[in-house]
Design a protein around this ligand. Structure first.
Ligand SMILES: [Zn+2]
Length: 236
């Protein structure tokens, strides 16, 4: 087949201190329909890491780990891991079908817990586009390796190279566009069991559905992902 893969999960790998958060914040600022979970570190006055919080899109804040508040699980000989908050977020994490889900970041501290892996897997398996950040050195973890080899997951190395930043910006625009298409389902017409025609205004697209969804547009041909295939995945 001409198009071997179709992606809906985008795994962004980055180097610490590469300015990733600032870049992503500004990229995602324009996306109205989104749901997120982010991890924030809290420093003491001397600049030492004290604890990590998990914050969701309703700005609910939960303790993930602490150097001072004890629990029954320790990570890296330094942080006590707390599961109450993460479980609360997992249990209440609701997203709309057009939402872009943003997970920043999934690090060894989180994946040390099985229930977090289950939660992350449910997001990967959802129909929604998912942006997920990991650090480059997290590669040695089996769970991360498994995620990287998923057929629906595109791995992008964001090291501040111009190409990637522009591509990422384009990708976010495609995701935004797909959200618009979701509210205009009349654009999609069923041609046969596995074939849809899509009126994208600028032209007519043909998409094939099955184990993967492919599209005949240029962006898909180059990157294995496009606004048309993302929205069709959420419609069917
Ligand atoms: Zn397309």
């Amino acid at each position: 087949m001409k198009y071997p893969q179709w992606y809906k999960n985008i795994l962004l790998t980055w180097k610490p201190k590469s300015g990733k958060s600032t870049m992503l914040d500004s990229l995602l600022a324009s996306v109205k329909e989104k749901t997120w979970i982010i991890t924030k570190q809290v420093l003491d006055e001397g600049g030492t890491r004290m604890w990590f919080n998990i914050v969701d899109n309703k700005w609910k804040k939960f303790l993930l780990s602490s150097t001072t508040i004890r629990s029954d699980k320790k990570f890296a000989d330094k942080y006590w891991i707390h599961s109450v908050g993460i479980k609360e977020i997992m249990n209440n994490f609701a997203y709309e079908k057009w939402d872009l889900i943003y997970l920043d970041e999934v690090a060894p501290m989180q994946i040390a817990a099985d229930w977090f892996k289950e939660f992350a897997t449910s997001l990967l398996d959802s129909k929604n586009p998912l942006l997920w950040t990991i650090k480059l050195d997290d590669n040695k973890y089996e769970f991360i390796q498994q995620v990287k080899t998923r057929k629906d997951t595109l791995v992008l190395d964001i090291l501040g190279q111009e190409f990637n930043e522009i591509f990422l910006a384009n990708l976010v625009k495609k995701i935004e566009k797909s959200q618009k298409y979701l509210t205009e389902k009349e654009r999609f017409q069923k041609l046969s069991e596995n074939e849809r025609k899509m009126d994208s205004q600028s032209s007519i697209r043909t998409l094939h559905t099955g184990e993967i969804i492919n599209c005949d547009c240029d962006f898909y041909e180059n990157y294995g992902i496009c606004s048309h295939s993302i929205s069709l995945r959420q419609i069917i």
